[in-house]
Ligand binder design. Structure first.
Ligand code: EPU
Length: 333
């Protein structure tokens, strides 16, 4: 079997795999893991990967379904979702049922199973804020294990599954602790305030926030259905005070976000734009016209072409600002 992965990655890269197996239950996953002899790859929504070549091995497409209200308390609800559930469908379910906590994370592409791996985040909220626990199958033994929040060592676009436990477990189900009204709303992000004010909304509901986030994302970020991309290609770098002081002297308009440990987070988009890359097209690839942090596929880009552009961007940012940008997208070779 030689299966095209073009429709399985939001970059829309044409690459092939020897076999693709759709996983719809934990039981099936265990059986497949027992039988499998080739190297294999775990695929969710394909929204955070860059395929460099055809894959030598099997792709396990995680499609475990199901959204369920597990426990319903006076002030909170425990909601679970299978790894294969589309992230935005989960957000819509929560918002429709007036369960708070996911609304700022509206319209993020990808699946529930992949969401805790990189602690997805947007508009002032990260998954760690509402995460309760997850169930994952250990690849070596096929046994299921529960991981609670503390065990995940969540960080900025980071968790234990990107470090110590990388390649050891497959996430099958995730539980979230969501609020019942009155909700604690996250309105600190400037763009949300602007959209709500523009619509004349003074006391927003979680539905209003979700709508605002959908509007902001749709206006700024390219729709993968129309133009291939994987969201932010790099992480926002966190630098030491000393380097920041040097940069600030040279670039007093540099946007910056001081962190609680004294380090400073800078928007990678700004650094990339200042290096002249924003909206620039190089062959079949380039950076998005409205968001320099998003690399795009104009049609027939090869993974390697996008990867080369990413490396060129890293080099110019390093030369100009002495900062190494770390790729946020996972590179599959
Ligand atoms: N900016 C520029 N040029 C640009 C775009 C932005 O200079 O082309 C500057 C502006 O100063 C702006 C700042 O960068 O104020 C931040 O931009 P934005 O609000 O768009 O956020 P970001 O830091 O670029 C992060 C996440 C996004 C998330 C947004 C909103 C990362 C790597 N990315 O982007 O997440 O949607 O914040 O919260 O942290 C993703 O991870 O795929 C993703 C899209």
């Amino acid at each position: 079997m030689n299966k095209s992965l073009r429709s399985f990655n939001t970059f829309g890269i044409e690459a092939h795999t020897e076999e693709l197996i759709e996983i719809t239950s934990v039981l099936q996953l265990r059986t497949v893991l027992k039988k499998i002899t080739h190297p294999f790859y775990i695929l969710g929504g394909g929204s955070n990967i860059l395929l460099l070549n055809d894959l030598k091995g099997v792709v396990l497409k995680m499609s475990i379904p199901g959204i369920q209200i597990e426990r319903d308390f006076k002030h909170a609800v425990y909601l679970s979702a299978g790894a294969g559930v589309n992230w935005h469908q989960l957000v819509l379910f929560a918002v429709k049922n007036n369960l708070g906590g996911l609304e700022n994370l509206s319209l993020i592409p990808g699946t529930v199973g992949a969401s805790p791996m990189q602690n997805i985040g947007a508009y002032g909220v990260e998954i760690k804020d509402i995460f309760h626990r997850l169930e994952a199958v250990e690849i070596a033994t096929g046994k299921s294990k529960i991981f609670r929040k503390q065990a995940l060592a969540f960080g900025y676009r980071n968790s234990i599954f990107k470090n110590k436990l990388k390649g050891k477990y497959i996430i099958t189900k995730v539980w979230f602790k969501l609020s019942k009204p009155p909700h604690r709303l996250h309105l600190s992000y400037g763009a949300i305030k602007t959209v709500l004010a523009g619509a004349g909304i003074e006391n927003p509901t979680i539905q209003d926030i979700s709508n605002a986030v959908i509007k902001i994302r749709s206006e700024k970020l390219p729709d993968p259905e129309e133009i291939g991309n994987a969201g932010s290609f790099f992480k926002n770098p966190v630098i030491k005070k000393k380097l920041f002081a040097e940069l600030y002297e040279q670039y007093p308009d540099i946007p910056h976000y001081p962190q609680s440990d004294g380090t400073i987070k800078l928007p990678a988009a700004w650094l990339i734009e200042r290096c002249g890359w924003k909206g620039k097209r190089v062959g079949n690839t380039g950076t998005h016209v409205r968001q320099a942090l998003v690399l795009v596929n104009y049609g027939n880009a090869k993974g390697a072409e996008i990867y080369t552009l990413a490396q060129e961007i890293q080099e110019s940012v390093c030369q100009k600002f002495k900062i190494s940008l770390e790729m946020e997208v996972n590179i599959w070779v």
